[in-house]
Design a protein around this ligand. Sequence first.
Ligand code: NAD
Ligand code: TYD
Length: 368
Amino acid sequence: MRKLLVTGGAGFIGGNFVHYWCRHYPGDRIVVLDALTYAGNVATLEPMLSHKAIAFVQGDINDRALVERLLHEHDIDTVVHFAAESHVDRSIVDPDAFVRTNVLGTQALLSACRTAWYHEGKWREGTRFHHVSTDEVYGSLAPDEPAFSETTPYAPSSPYAASKAGADHLVRAFVHTYGMPATISNCSNNYGPFHFPEKLIPLTIVNALHGKPLPIYGDGLQVRDWLYVEDHCVAIDRIISTGQPGTTFNVGGRAEHVNIDIVRRLCRELDHQFAGSSALAARFPDCPAAKGAACESLITYVKDRAGHDRRYAIDPSRIAGTLGFEPAETLATGLARTVDWYLSNEPWWRAVMDGSYREWVQKQYSER
Ligand code: NAD
Ligand code: TYD
């Protein structure tokens, strides 16, 4: 039985990971540590939270005393570290928060684990620190350049990517210097349920439902490699369960697409779902599809993001070859599942957007 501390477990990927882990390993114990920034939402962790299948602690990964206490009290043997400031646009406006959480927070966690797990020159048997990182640490690719491999030199462009690169270097340094049993995954763009509607895919869905413009930065021809979030959870499971400590794995979806193509596909999926559905038209009367028009009519080209990376692409040979990981979802099936989820879970995204659940959360879940 594993005892996991999942940082950032009330966020998008961390939340999906907790659902995944509870489904596959119901005998394991999970403690979620999350500061509940604008991007965190405890509703994401239902019903496991109400059923007391997991423990939730609202707190900051920079709070070393708290982290050490949790590691000790819950006898944690596995840390899966998702907590981060994760939105590139926000990092351009306010880089400080990114350095504080992504760099200093990761350092605080690593040190707390070392205190808890390293005694008399040896690491406690069976411990693992898994750091969840991004392909953005490698910078931007030209159209004809080969995809990022684990040996591609780091060249982060945005403050977000630079802060994640800093965190990766600290994890590598702990492996190299202290022999820490740590692994890293550098993953491409994720999408799926519980995604905060500031990122391209959920923003497009929610804006289209309200008949609001769908902003396309620059010419919309930037390329991302898209992975359905549950596939990312499977990859992390493989790495924790069978990946060699000290190893980095690149994780991708084998699905490179330009942004405008993603937005058009989402529009067509919404048009399709609305066709003949008077119930959807009644719920979302401002959506063009409610009046039989195309959601694509909302596409609006806007000023480009500063320093916008042109292309990301992952070479997944290592994780495919050594751990046998391949994504199960195609872009078509993954996008359809995602649109379905947003149509079926309106209370979730309404609550995260207006922040109305926050006061209630403070009372319910604040342990300290
Ligand atoms: P997210 O923004 O949805 O969630 C981040 C979570 O971390 C939130 O619940 C937030 O409350 C919490 N958090 C933030 N600061 C904290 C702090 N100081 N202490 C404790 N908790 C804190 O992010 P996400 O998209 O789920 O990303 C999770 C991880 O995966 C990040 O490390 C990100 O860099 C990485 N990643 C994301 C993607 C992607 O496409 N979203 C792709 C590759 C890697
Ligand atoms: P995003 O979802 O923010 O992820 P990341 O910046 O980490 O790749 O953006 C994905 C791509 O979509 C990126 O090239 C920026 C672009 N984009 C838009 O064109 N319009 C938008 O409104 C957003 C949020 C992103």
